[in-house]
Design a binder for this molecule. Structure first.
Ligand code: FAD
Length: 336
């Protein structure tokens, strides 16, 4: 809605990501950032949790900056029905009048938030990698890669409220936990909001997606330099020895050498592990967009001019089919 029709007195709302009944870590990242934004606006943080009934209360959210949790529990929220979730979030926005609404740019956030934006008649900046408050106007500055990742665009929403953005997981760190008071509200909602035309017949975990690489300390990624799909066996073995997961560049996913949930980059996942190993990956900007916040980057490439070396902390220049087996051998020896 236009700013003249709303006041934005309800502070910052965060829409929680719930997976298998549990609050996902990206919600804590976003709550931490929301706290920072709310402090600079002198306002509050409310986290919206939609989930199936559970025994525990999501009190951990208070540790990361929430003042209030709006908890909607209903067995019909066990599986994702985007329209039902969007209607509920939109209703809570109508009632709470937030100035800012944030959600993780996960599959759920990317599906639900556009519908919410349409229902509350405002805009949405998808897939942000930066958020701050404009000192002069108090507006939310929403930064995201544009034009294939070659420029960073900063977007403002001066005419409408709320200002809404989805944010890539791992963009912001989780703040150190701090004891603070908070309250849990269970809003009463009309039955009509739950009306659904979706029937869930079964739930299936996609093979190869059991572990989310965004949650791991070590990610070992393979690129087109592997030359053949079987090359990923080496990447897998190295990842296994390091208790990590397997990542992949987009061309290897397009060639079906690796499944999409493993893709790292602008059109894949953003990872921020302690160690990221890139083998046979050139380091295109679109790949860097997904991994350059890793703590330590180790690059293996036979081209000394490969752009990946510009962001690497450790550069191993040579043939990956020579280097990776030697790393595996050394780790095997160390593990006895
Ligand atoms: P290449 O660029 O072909 O690089 C292969 C590298 O392997 C080279 O540097 C080569 O020197 C090295 N090499 C070859 N043989 C060996 C060997 N034996 N030993 C060691 N090194 C060797 N890309 C992504 O990865 N993720 C994304 O999410 C993504 N999103 C995109 C979105 C858009 C809108 C666009 C336009 C592009 C996107 N891309 C993405 C594609 C990106 O631009 C690059 O094309 C891609 O990252 C290149 O993948 P690569 O490094 O595996 O392959």
């Amino acid at each position: 809605m236009r700013r003249s029709e709303r006041q934005g007195k309800g502070g910052v709302f965060v829409v929680a990501e719930i997976r298998n009944g549990r609050t996902h870590s990206c919600t804590y990242e976003l709550t931490s950032k929301a706290r920072e934004l709310a402090d600079s606006r002198g306002t509050s943080v409310t986290v919206v949790v939609l989930r199936a009934p559970a025994a525990d209360e999501p009190r951990e959210l208070f540790l990361y900056g929430a003042d209030e949790v709006l908890l909607v529990e209903d067995r019909r929220l066990a599986s994702l029905d985007a329209l039902v979730q969007a209607r509920i979030v939109a209703r809570l926005i109508e009632e709470g009048d937030p100035e800012i609404v944030l959600a993780p740019a996960t599959t759920t956030g990317r599906t639900v938030l556009p519908a919410v934006a349409a229902l509350v008649e405002t805009g949405l900046t998808a897939d942000c990698t930066g958020l701050s408050i404009d000192d002069e106007t108090g507006l939310l500055l929403q930064t995201r890669p544009a034009i294939g990742g070659n420029v960073m665009a900063t977007i403002k929403t001066p005419d409408h409220l709320p200002q809404m953005a989805t944010v890539r997981p791992k963009t912001f760190p989780v703040a150190p936990p701090r004891e603070r008071p908070g309250r849990i509200e269970r809003p009463r909602l009309d039955e009509a909001l739950f009306a659904s035309s979706v029937v869930c017949l079964s739930d299936e975990v996609v093979a190869g997606d059991e572990t989310n690489i965004q949650d791991l300390d070590v990610v070992v990624s393979g690129g087109k330099g592997l030359k053949r799909p079987e090359g990923f066996a080496l990447i897998r073995e190295l990842a296994r020895l390091l208790d990590g997961g397997v990542g992949a560049s987009r061309p290897t996913v397009e060639a079906k050498w690796m499944a999409y949930p493993h893709q790292v980059g602008l059109s894949g996942k953003v990872v921020a592990p302690r160690v990221y190993i890139a083998a046979g990956i050139s380091g295109a900007v679109q790949h860097l967009a997904g991994m350059q916040t890793a703590e330590t980057i180790i690059a293996i490439n036979k081209d000394p001019e490969a752009p990946i070396f510009r962001v690497a902390d450790v550069a191993l220049c040579g043939d990956l089919y020579d280097i990776v087996p030697r790393l595996i051998e050394a780790l095997d020896r160390e593990r006895g």
